[in-house]
Structure formats: structure tokens, C-alpha cells
Design a protein around this ligand. Structure first.
Ligand code: AMP
Length: 573
């Protein structure tokens, strides 16, 4: 077995690795480090959790050990799709480069340009950035990329999902052709392959197996049920989630709950909090300081439940998550793999529970095809929802005849440390009203004294609510940055989650909505459709991909109308 000492790393790097407690390199490290140290390009096909960050940082630090940075000309560049991921890479550099004199700067949104400019002015060896923020610095004339000797692209498949590929291509072209490129992606979509063919030079291809197909330390379960009424689906899924959490009791030390849309992330988090669970949301519309604080609390164990969107959670290094819950079945099957890969890491056992309703059927099929195995069916805890039935049309579901008629409370299993008695004592019908009042983000004030479940449910998906999200999107930010590039989080996350999100109570997007991007969408959003529906964009229309930038620039704010939210048609109650 390869040892770190076999890898010809700088002794100062080795020392830091030993202090990190790592004994042997992971497969991706053992395969990627030697060619990287020889100066060869590397194409790494690996996901988070495989140790790929050290796979590129350790050789970079070794290679950059000699030499000095010049003002505004970083010697290396790491591109990451989200702020959190970029910050995590920066932390790795701090850890592994602590015995060297290398300097680094982190360029991410949510941090003032001034402070970042100062660092760049002084000269940095390693620049870690999200693509949008990097281009902003470049366009302000504060940065030159002609000194980049090593360029890393991390999580390229997520960059593709978020519409960053044109930016990545641009950045590649701004760096010298002689640079060394280390490129990592969990999957090799055709667009990714095209980029690697264009910009990598005879790369060493290193690949580690997909987590979901090999990781047997994750116990997966599907909890399928049919809501009592279609319009109560969201409410009853929350009740099922609470019941599942409570049933896990103390064995649930911490969990990530994934929702398909950030609006739902907020509602689910607030709902759990209102039921006495210790939960907090993380998504791209939250302030960076809030996101950092939430993550810190989750890492140090003071926060038990992190409610997250895919983009916000992607790549986060949280070593010991006992449970993952899919509050929504992800509409992209690969997101299922990424989500459940947050648990069962580094040899620990983990549980990944997915809640589904009948309209999720086709997404489940796609997931099971991808992971090449059926997800074992679990029983929705008895009494989780009064009147709801387990999904009888799922052939593999195991039904409990007594489950729907049982009057036992949702928290029947061992109670979690923060499960509140309220879950059991409150009639379920009253819950949505109270939740809605607590989670209302519009200026509408409802009286908690007047339970109106129907109204509350409708309010959640009313056009005004959708308009509110539109205004969040528009709110006081650099529009160019957010609308065109998403800065690794915001618009990108919207894109990642909306077009295909599958809140079951929404009607499906029409075929024509799905197949053609709207002409008023930013270019990067249109590319997202391309990646989601491969094969439908092969025709070249008009100028094809070569749309001049000025055509796509928006000159005025576009009003968000109900029609703008595909797939979010309010359901008739
Ligand atoms: P990554 O895939 O880079 O996000 O890394 C996943 C986790 O594995 C991080 O917590 C790393 O600290 C940890 N890790 C990286 N390399 C090793 C190693 N050789 N041995 C044990 N843990 C590692």
C-alpha cells in the first residue's frame, strides 16, 4: 500500500499531513499526486469525500514551494463552484501549507472587494475563487492571470449545472497555455469532456468509484406514502420528516435534510424549529455570515439539523453526519448520490432516508437506474399523519395495515433529544397554520388564533410568494454578477433547483417548457437546460452558442410574473 512518504511530497507538507492524522493516502490521492508532482495535467473523476482536495493541494504546495509571487499575478488558481467549497479549499491550504511561506487569497462573493484587492496587490501564491468573483476582479483590472502556473478546476460537473462553463473557458483562455491543469469532476458529461479535450494536455486520468454504488456503509430507505389530499402533501411530508427524526432518537446525532428548493429549505427549517427541533437552514439567499455561522455550529455539534439545498451543501466537508433525509426526491438522480454521500463517510455507518409521494415515481426510477439497485422500502412511522396511507402503488413498499388508522403519536420511537412534546400533543390539522404564521416571509400577518389550514397551504405557493422570491433574487445585489453567473450560489442555485424541482403538489412543467430555454433567461441558465436535457440542443439556431455578451445583458429589471416560475402552478385546493 502506498504511504504518504512514498509520494515525494515536500517534507514540510508531509509534516502537516502527519499532524492531520492521515496515515495512508486515499485512492484518489495515491493516483493523482505522482503525475501532478511530475508536472502532468490530471483529470480526476471523483466526488467529495474521497480526499480529492488534498489530492490537488498537497502537490500544489510542493510544486509552489520554490519561487515568489508578484503583485497581482497569482502563481496558481483554484476554481470552486460555491463559496463554501472555495472556503473549504482555502482551509485545506492553511492546514497543509502551515510550514511553508506560501500566501493565499480567497476571492468569493459576500466579502468586500477592498480587502481582497489588498491581498492580491501584495502578491499571492495561491488564489482560490468562485468563477464570478474572479472575473469581476479581472474586469476591474486588479488581477492578471498570466503568471498562473497551476490551475485547478474543482467540482466541474457542478460548475456545468450552474452555468459556469463559459466562465471557466474564459478563465482558461486568460491563463498561459504552459500552465499545468488539475481538473476534478464527479461525472464526465459530454460538455465536461469537451472542455477537458480543449484545455488539458495529455492528462493522467484517475478515477475512483462512485460512492453510491460502492458505499455499503449507508443504509438507504424510502418512505413512500400517499397524502390524504394532494394539497396537503407538503404539510404531511413535514409530519413524516418529524416522525422519522423522532423515531431515530439518540442514534441521530446530526443530519442534513435536503429540499429541492430554497424556499422550502426555509419553510422546513422553521417548521422543525417550531416543533422544538434544533434546525437551521442553509441556502444561497442567506447572508454569508449567517451561512458560515450555521455551518460552524453544525460542524461543532451545537446544531443538530441542517436543512439544505443541493448547491449550498455540495462539497461541504462535514465528517460525521449520522443521517441524511431527502425531504424531496431529487429530480436529478446524481443529486441523490451526492446527497446520501454526506453520510457514511470515512468508514462510519450512516442512514439516508428519502420521503416520497406518488408523483415522485419517475425520479425514483431514474435514481434506482443510476445507483443500479432498488432503494429498500421503509415504513412511515405509525401515526405520523392521520389519514394518510403508505403508497400502495409501489410494488416493493411494505405496508402496515394498522399504520393509517393508528392513533399513536409520531414520536413513538425513541425520542430525539430535541423532539418536543408538541409533536404528539397537537392535532395535526393545527400544525400548518401555526407553521405558516411562523414561516411567513411576506408582509401578510395572519392571526395564530384562527387556524385556517387551507389558506395557509395556499399562501405557501401563492403568486405573491413566488413574486417575493423574485424580489429576493432582484434585491440590492450586483445584478450582472447574480443573474448572469450566480456567483456560485445565488442565481446558480435558483437555476439548479427550479426548473426541475419536484414539489409534488406542483404540476409538472409542460414538455415545451422543459425542452426550450426561455429567451429572456441569462445565458448560463440556458446552458443549464442544455445539461439537464442532453440531446435536445444539438441543433444550431441563429448564432448558436456564439451569442455576443451585450445581447444577453439586461437593461432593465424584468418583472417576475407567475408564469416565470415553471412548474410552480398553484394547485387547486
Ligand atoms: P474531500 O474529498 O477532499 O472533501 O475530503 C474528505 C475528507 O477526508 C476530509 O475531511 C479530509 O480531511 C479527509 N481526508 C483527506 N485525505 C485523507 C486521508 N489520506 N486519510 C484520512 N482522511 C482524509
Amino acid at each position: 500500500m502506498t504511504k504518504f512518504s512514498d509520494l515525494e511530497l515536500d517534507p514540510r507538507v508531509l509534516q502537516a499531513v502527519v499532524e492531520s492524522g492521515y496515515e495512508t493516502p486515499t485512492p484518489i490521492q495515491a493516483q493523482a499526486i505522482p503525475p501532478a508532482l511530475r508536472g502532468q495535467d490530471v483529470l480526476g473523476i471523483a466526488q467529495t469525500g474521497t480526499g480529492k482536495t488534498a489530492g490537488f493541494t498537497l502537490p500544489m504546495i510542493t510544486l509552489l514551494g520554490q519561487g515568489r509571487a508578484r503583485a497581482r499575478m497569482p502563481r496558481s488558481l483554484v476554481l470552486a463552484p460555491t463559496r463554501e467549497l472555495a472556503a473549504q479549499v482555502a482551509e485545506s491550504f492553511d492546514k497543509y501549507a502551515k510550514y511553508t511561506k506560501l500566501t493565499k487569497a480567497l476571492l468569493i462573493g459576500g466579502v468586500s472587494f477592498g480587502d481582497q484587492d489588498k491581498l492580491i496587490d501584495r502578491g499571492v501564491d495561491v488564489l482560490i475563487a468562485t468563477p464570478g468573483r474572479l472575473l469581476d476582479h479581472f474586469e476591474r483590472g486588479k488581477l492578471l492571470l498570466t503568471g498562473v502556473q497551476i490551475m485547478v478546476v474543482d467540482e466541474a460537473d457542478r460548475m456545468l449545472d450552474m452555468g459556469f462553463i463559459p466562465d471557466i473557458e474564459r478563465i482558461f483562455q486568460m491563463t498561459p497555455k504552459t500552465r499545468q491543469t488539475l481538473f476534478f469532476s464527479a461525472t464526465m458529461a459530454p460538455e465536461i469532456e469537451r472542455i477537458t479535450n480543449a484545455f488539458l494536455n495529455n492528462p493522467a486520468k484517475v478515477e475512483v468509484a462512485r460512492q453510491a454504488t460502492t458505499n455499503t456503509s449507508i443504509e438507504q430507505k424510502l418512505f413512500a406514502f400517499t397524502p390524504t389530499r394532494k394539497d396537503r402533501s407538503f404539510t404531511e411530508k413535514r409530519a413524516v420528516l418529524r416522525a422519522l427524526i423522532s423515531a431515530e432518537g439518540e442514534s441521530l446525532t446530526n443530519a442534513i435534510v435536503f429540499c429541492n428548493r430554497k424556499m422550502d429549505v426555509d419553510v422546513v427549517a422553521k417548521s422543525l424549529k417550531s416543533h422544538g427541533f434544533h434546525a437551521a437552514p442553509i441556502h444561497g439567499d442567506l447572508d454569508q455570515s449567517v451561512r458560515t455561522k450555521t455551518l460552524d455550529e453544525f460542524r461543532d455539534g451545537s446544531l443538530r439539523l441542517l436543512i439544505a439545498s443541493d448547491v449550498a451543501a455540495r462539497g461541504l466537508d462535514i465528517p460525521a453526519v449520522s443521517h441524511v433525509f431527502n425531504f424531496d426526491v431529487p429530480s436529478h438522480p446524481e443529486d441523490y448520490v451526492h446527497r446520501i454521500g454526506r453520510t457514511g463517510r470515512a468508514g462510519r455507518l450512516g442512514k439516508a432516508f428519502t420521503i416520497s409521494v406518488p408523483s415522485d415515481e419517475k425520479y425514483l426510477g431514474a435514481i434506482e437506474n443510476l445507483v443500479k439497485q432498488p432503494i429498500p422500502r421503509g415504513e412511515v412511522p405509525a401515526g405520523a399523519i392521520e389519514g394518510a396511507s403508505e403508497n400502495s402503488d409501489r410494488p416493493r413498499s411494505s405496508r402496515t395495515p394498522s399504520s393509517s388508522s393508528s392513533s399513536r403519536g409520531a414520536g413513538r420511537g425513541p425520542r430525539g433529544r430535541d423532539a418536543a412534546p408538541r409533536t404528539e400533543s397537537m392535532p395535526h390539522d393545527a400544525i400548518p397554520v401555526i407553521e405558516q404564521i411562523e414561516t411567513e416571509e411576506t408582509s401578510v400577518v395572519a392571526s395564530p388564533a384562527t387556524p385556517q389550514p387551507e389558506r395557509a397551504e395556499r399562501t405557501e405557493r401563492s403568486p405573491s410568494n413566488r413574486g417575493e422570491r423574485g424580489s429576493q433574487e432582484r434585491g440590492g445585489r450586483d445584478r450582472r454578477d447574480d443573474r448572469r453567473r450566480g456567483e456560485g450560489n445565488r442565481a446558480g442555485e435558483e437555476r439548479g433547483e427550479q426548473p426541475n424541482s419536484n414539489r409534488n403538489e406542483r404540476s409538472e412543467p409542460r414538455a415545451d417548457q422543459r425542452s426550450e430555454p426561455r429567451s429572456d433567461q441569462p445565458r448560463s441558465e440556458q446552458r443549464n437546460y442544455r445539461s439537464s436535457y442532453p440531446g435536445q440542443y444539438d441543433r444550431i439556431l441563429g448564432m448558436g452558442d456564439h451569442v455576443p455578451d451585450f445581447i444577453l445583458r439586461s437593461f432593465r429589471l424584468r418583472e417576475v410574473t407567475p408564469d416565470d416560475d415553471e412548474g410552480e402552478t398553484p394547485t387547486a385546493a
